[in-house]
Design a protein around this ligand. Structure first.
Ligand code: ADP
Ligand code: MG
Length: 716
């Protein structure tokens, strides 16, 4: 995550404590369904369940009872404070703590917490970005309890606080956060999916939820290196750094044995997350040296988003305990793999049906085909909007930059479904290709049933068995943005489909016609080959698929009239709210690049240039000394000349970057500003970096002020 990295060394005592069994640890800090059932009177429990499950309004007397039970539970857990925990447009989380104490007239104190305090908070919070939705002089902002995501108690140093997941809106009830549109999109998706379910004969399911399992990639770097690098501290990525002699070419890190120090970190991380009910499940080394991944078990998009925020937070906090810094930036190191977040997404009903599960014979699974086609049409129709959801300054170093995934949105469906879709296009789908047993040729190994379709690692939007995996999301991003947009896009297409199905007597043949039409119209978005290649970029162009290479252009995908219509029709965002978001994200892009440029200037002027000058002096003296001794100083002179040329280029580069930053920051509006940051500042930063990286390999190592790539990537 671009942003500051605070380095605090804490002594690690975690290894000495007696380990409780995981089954006892898991969810121990969560006011979960089980805790509610145990602690709330039956009628109150029923009331809160129907609020959570069916969106029934919550009576204030009921809220009071729940608040009281929550408070007692939290105090037993050692909590002294509570906070509404929300997700402003910064992409991070925010919290304002209040203690439970309430003084009595006789000078003592009692612990109190009312239903009103549970349901609503009013942080001043006027400094969060609002994109003009409110002025600071009218600073009222409200947080509202989101009862669909459970309350938990979290430890921070010695303090224990009860966290209440909340939405955040303005006095005029406009959304100021990432969660509100996500919740609204869940409703829209539920409504439209249920219409399609009912129209196609399902009478049992009551609710459809979008599910999310975000795989989170990250880097770990020893804190002692980070302390010496202002770029990592302030920007979360290296702004300088010559390539190390070794990178990821041996592929010896990917899925390799986890280093003991990292294993200890992962162990602490898992325990912390499990306590909070986050089902951290899979962990492994990733492609780049120093890169790792964590994947949780999926859950509803809303809870998964909260959990992903907790995960990113815990990763950073716990890394510090182990003397390391966790980098969540999309590209902390040039030339090595970047980090993303793979958003695994699907739709499931309250009675356990995964609507994107093809079953063994997808060709005759009408509901699945409708859902699949809905996603295909949604992604093609709104591909620019989907691209906009991952448009960040950090992701610009990753998308399309010679690593997966490219900046062109396309869908991988695999052989089996590609075949079924072809049959649908031609008329009627009659068969589904089946996988065969894999024979390994070793008698002691069991035959493995093969999946019907191989995986594709390069696709930005891949069907992976019974879910879609959206891989363009940046590692530091909140999952809320990409997810609420995906939910809304799909809801929109399901709405069209439901309209048609509800108006017909012959559902099966109408469904078939709908799918056929969608395949014909949108097959251009399907691509099952290697997305890395130039050939694909060319073919995509011929197919008319946009290849949007940078965030500034990417964000324009939020602006079309169809986008306004999409969000207003389904009551996700008003035109005003949408535009505010556009401004906030553009502004953020400018600020991030501005911070990077200023950090670069600071390091170049205060660390690199002085070293270059000092070292040229040393070499200059050597030249003079050698010459004075009457010996030929050719080599010394050559080295000196090279140093002086580079030093002079650095000076020029610094001046140019300074001018570029001044120009960009003085632009009158945010759109012009972001274009100037992209067109003037980013290239000027590139030039400074090239010279500095050249200097790094030209200057005596003991004079170089910055830890190198080799140290940061390979030393644990
Ligand atoms: P991989 O993509 O590496 O094969 P997995 O099958 O383990 O991984 O799944 C990766 C992620 O996808 C996990 O977080 C998992 O919980 C999530 N996932 C699996 N099924 C679903 C689903 N139906 N909806 C959303 N996420 C899912
Ligand atoms: Mg995956």
């Amino acid at each position: 995550m671009p942003g500051s990295t605070r380095i605090v060394r804490e002594t690690d005592t975690s290894m000495s404590h007696v380990r409780e069994p995981i089954t006892q640890v898991f969810g121990s800090q969560v006011f979960s369904d089980a805790v509610m059932r145990e602690r709330l009177p039956k009628n109150i429990y029923k009331a809160i369940r129907s609020t959570i499950d069916d969106g029934e309004p919550l009576d204030s007397s009921i809220a009071n009872v729940i608040a009281n039970a929550m408070k007692d539970w939290a105090i037993e857990k050692g909590a002294t404070h509570f906070c509404h925990w929300f997700q402003p447009m910064t992409g991070m989380t925010a919290e304002k703590h209040d203690s439970f104490i309430s003084p009595t007239p006789d000078g003592r104190t009692i612990m109190e917490f009312s239903g009103k305090e549970l349901i609503k908070g009013e942080p001043d919070a006027s400094s969060f970005p609002s994109g003009g939705l409110r002025a600071t002089f009218e600073a009222r902002g409200y947080t509202a309890w989101d009862c669909t995501s459970p309350v938990f108690v979290k430890e921070n140093g010695n303090n224990m606080t009860m966290y209440i997941p909340s939405a955040f809106c303005s006095y005029t009830s406009e959304a100021l956060d990432k969660k509100t549109p996500l919740l609204r999109s869940m409703d829209a998706l539920n409504k439209q999916s249920m219409r399609v379910l009912r129209a196609s004969g399902n009478t049992t399911s009551k609710r459809v939820s979008a599910t999310l399992g975000p795989e989170q990639e990250y880097f770990l770097v020893d804190a002692k290196f980070v302390e010496k690098r202002l770029d990592l501290i302030l920007a979360g990525r290296t702004l300088f750094g010559a390539y190390a002699p070794k990178g990821q070419e041996l592929e010896d890190h990917y899925f390799g044995a986890v280093h003991e120090r990292v294993a200890n970190f992962m162990d602490d991380l898992n325990r912390e997350l499990w306590k909070l009910g986050v089902s951290a499940k899979t962990q492994h080394n990733e492609v780049a040296p120093g890169q790792y991944e964590l994947a949780p078990v999926f859950t509803t998009v809303n809870v998964a988003t909260d959990h992903n925020q907790l995960t990113m937070d815990a990763m950073q906090k716990i890394a510090l305990r182990h003397g390391m810094v966790c980098l969540l930036h999309e590209k902390p190191f040039a030339g090595v793999n970047g980090s993303g977040k793979h958003n695994n997404w699907s739709l499931s009903t309250d009675d356990g049906l995964n609507l994107l599960d093809p079953g063994t014979t997808p060709h005759d699974n009408m509901l699945f085909l409708l859902m699949l086609c809905a996603v295909i049409r949604a992604v093609d129709k709104y591909s620019s909007l989907l691209r906009a959801t991952v448009a960040t300054s950090g992701n610009d170093h990753r998308l399309g930059a010679n690593e997966a995934p490219p900046a062109i949105v396309s869908i991988f469906v695999g052989d089996q479904l590609a075949d079924v879709l072809e049959q649908i296009e031609a008329g009627d789908a009659k068969s589904s290709k089946q996988g065969k047993d894999l024979k390994l040729g070793v008698s002691t190994l069991p035959p493995l049933p093969s999946d019907c379709t191989d995986r594709n690692r390069t696709s930005p939007f891949a069907f992976t068995g019974n879910k879609f995996e959206f891989r363009m999301v940046g590692s530091g991003q909140s999952t809320a943005g990409p997810t609420f947009v995906l939910n809304t896009m799909v809801a929109d297409i399901l709405c069209e489909i439901a309209d048609e199905l509800e108006g017909t007597k012959d559902v099966a043949s109408t469904a078939q016609k709908i799918c056929q039409r969608i395949v014909k119209e949108h097959k251009r978005i399907i691509f099952n080959g290697d997305n890395y290649t130039q050939a694909w970029a060319k073919e995509a162009e011929a197919r008319g698929l946009p290849n949007i290479r940078n965030a500034v252009d990417g964000l324009k995908g939020m602006l079309g009239p169809d986008v306004v219509k999409l969000f207003t029709t389904h009551k996700i965002l008003s035109k005003h709210e949408l535009h505010a978001r556009y401004e906030i994200i553009q502004e953020r892009y400018c600020k991030e690049i501005n911070i990077e440029a200023l950090t670069m200037l600071d390091m170049a002027k205060r660390q690199i240039l002085p070293v270059a000058i000092e070292y040229s002096g040393i070499v200059g003296n050597a030249v003079a000394g050698v010459k004075a001794a009457g010996v030929d100083a050719d080599v010394h002179t050559k080295v000196l000349r090279n140093l002086c040329t580079l030093t002079s280029s650095l000076q020029t580069g610094i001046t140019e970057l300074q001018t570029a930053v001044e120009k960009a920051s003085s632009k009158s509006n945010v759109e012009k500003q972001s274009e100037a940051y992209r067109d003037l500042v980013v290239p000027a930063m590139g030039k400074v970096r090239t010279v500095v990286d050249e200097l790094e390999v030209s200057i005596d190592a003991k004079h170089w002020p910055l830890p190198t790539y080799a140290e940061m990537l390979f030393l644990r």
